[in-house]
Design a protein around this ligand. Structure first.
Ligand code: ATP
Length: 205
């Protein structure tokens, strides 16, 4: 029997945009993940400037943006924790829920790979899930070779195997927020229901 696979996609989603959903869908198809779970990250009490929208609003927008796709799901597990949590904790939570026979892919954009060395207990995370890198417009493909002396050849080979070819969708939450504040057009960047939500709740003004 083929191994079950799920994809976990964490982010600030402030707000969620079409870049997120398009690349996640393409990555999930390549991985053959039966489910892709979007996981909004908790606001850090130490960083009052981030995120711009409240946890509840970010969660609601993620729910709206993913509602059309049956293979998409949303988890508020990180928002429910008292303090901001580590990716490793979240992976272990889903490991307990799905069992040892399910491969867990943690999706991240190529731009995020430059910070991996700072991630909490990164070596355990590399071993316990498949960190799966998606292309990101405006960013070079990841260069994992330079990390081989730190993490060893096997982990680097796994990271390289888990690079997926995703479409380049040149959208970022930063640009969406900038345009909203400047009253510029964002219609091609957001799910229409997310845009309606933003307008109704006067977000990012
Ligand atoms: P910001 O502009 O506020 O930094 P963002 O657009 O990068 O936000 P996040 O919610 O921080 O969005 O991203 C969550 C994850 O999705 C990260 O791993 C990021 O690299 C990835 N990601 C975001 N947008 C894209 C995109 N257009 N293409 C590929 N990956 C993306």
């Amino acid at each position: 029997m083929a191994q079950r696979r799920i994809a976990l996609f964490g982010g600030s989603f402030d707000p969620i945009h079409l870049g997120h959903t398009r690349v996640a869908r393409a990555a999930a198809e390549q991985i053959r993940a039966e489910r892709t779970i979007f996981i909004p990250a908790k606001c850090s009490p130490l960083k009052s400037f981030w995120p711009y929208a409240r946890d509840e609003d970010r969660l609601n927008m993620v729910t709206l943006a993913t509602a059309d796709d049956d293979s998409f799901a949303v988890s508020d597990c990180e928002l429910q924790r008292v303090t901001p949590s580590f990716t490793l904790d979240t992976v272990r939570l889903f490991r307990r829920e799905y069992g040892e026979d399910t491969a867990i892919h943690w999706l991240l954009g190529a731009d995020s790979t430059k910070d991996l060395v700072h991630w909490h207990r990164i070596e355990e995370l590399l071993d316990e899930c498949n960190l799966t890198t998606m292309q990101r417009a405006g960013h070079a493909p990841p260069d994992f070779n330079r990390l081989e002396s730190l993490w060893g050849a096997q982990r680097i080979a796994k990271l390289k195997r888990n690079v997926v070819q995703t479409p380049l969708v040149d959208v970022s939450s930063t640009e969406v927020r900038r345009r909203l504040a400047a009253h510029e057009d964002v219609s091609g960047m957001l799910h229409p229901d997310v845009l309606t939500y933003i307008r109704e709740h006067s977000l990012y003004q």
